[in-house]
Design a protein. Structure first.
Length: 320
């Protein structure tokens, strides 16, 4: 059985990935590492948890050795909008954590999963059915880090044999930990605000199409790719994956059909608008389908049903 270390385990993906991995590999085989002590305490209620700054190479290495880890899931990242407010810090954290993960994986013989994103693309990428292999000149520091990560992942595989694999996540919609500082966050926030205030003010333009995905599909994609037969993989870092795509206005109109009293308006953040407009409308995920049988299960309507129920409960319990 694989022994897995999730680094950045308290974030939007990590919070749910830890539980998903525990179900797949057993609780004893999953270790959750997180930098914030209060979050470590919370994770420790249901998982093996360690306090770790992914930029601390020595402690990161000691953790891998101590728990006899053979696969690292590095989720440490400052998201796109937050990154634009402090590009130096975004580079330092996103690339620092990545390089430590790859170098330790090389030294200690681990596999590495690091997410890439729709943010790896930019204005001059074809936005409709964005091909797997295409122009990648992102316009954000977040995207620059993602492209760098993809190149480094492939380089460490070819040069040092590190089993590095990755997917390009769309905006992820979930009801565990909140995303922090992303451009696609609106598609999460609205589900809470609808119950809390009955209205939502959106920072992304009404007509900004972006790829989105419900977290259960993102988790399945992650483990499915990491378990995929390597002889079938023509690509590694990183695979386009897609399941649904919409604009804010389309999502809000669908929500209004369920909750007729819902109202919304826009107070567009120019940074988020610029980022959203530079990203794909919908990615072509045929390589993921062909090389490791990627098949999404959640569409817009099923996602909405699930999110509305889960977020209602959290608002009613005072958890939001
Ligand atoms: N959800 C991320 C963001 O908006 C994109 O990967 O920054």
């Amino acid at each position: 059985m694989k022994r897995i270390l999730v680094v950045g385990a308290g974030g939007q993906i990590g919070t749910e990935l830890v539980t998903h991995l525990q179900k797949n590999y057993g609780e004893d085989n999953v270790v959750a590492a997180e930098v914030r002590p209060d979050v470590v305490k919370k994770i420790a209620e249901h998982a093996q948890a360690v306090e770790l700054d992914a930029l601390d190479f020595q402690k990161y290495g000691e953790t891998i050795k101590k728990y006899k880890i053979d696969a690292v899931y590095n989720l440490v990242a400052l998201l796109s909008a937050k990154g634009e407010l402090n590009p130096d810090l975004a580079w330092k954290i996103n690339i620092g954590a990545l390089l430590n993960s790859l170098n330790l994986a090389r030294e200690l013989h681990c596999a590495v999963f690091t997410p890439s994103s729709i943010g790896a693309f930019g204005y001059n990428t074809p936005h409709y059915k964005t091909p797997q292999d295409t122009i990648m000149r992102p316009d954000t520091i977040y995207g620059v880090c993602k492209v760098t990560g993809e190149l480094l992942g492939d380089y460490y595989f070819k040069r040092f044999g590190v089993d590095a694999r990755s997917v390009r996540f769309p905006g992820l919609i979930s009801n565990g930990a909140l995303p922090g500082g992303g451009t696609t966050d609106y598609a999460v926030e609205v589900f809470y605000e609808i119950w809390k205030h009955g209205k939502y003010t959106c920072a992304v333009p009404r007509d900004a199409y972006m790829d989105m995905m419900y977290m259960p599909d993102a988790l399945t994609a992650t483990t499915q790719l990491m378990e995929a037969d390597p002889s079938r993989l023509k690509h590694r870092n990183s695979f386009n994956i897609a399941s649904m795509s919409f604009t804010p206005e389309q999502l809000f109109n669908e929500l209004k059909k369920r909750i007729p009293t819902f109202t919304w308006d826009y107070k567009v953040d120019p940074i988020k608008a610029d980022i959203a407009n530079s990203w794909p409308d919908i990615m072509d995920d045929s390589c993921a389908r062909a090389e490791w049988d990627w098949t999404p299960k959640w569409g817009l309507q099923e996602m909405m049903t699930d999110m509305l129920a889960a977020c209602r409960e959290k608002v009613e319990n005072g958890e939001y």
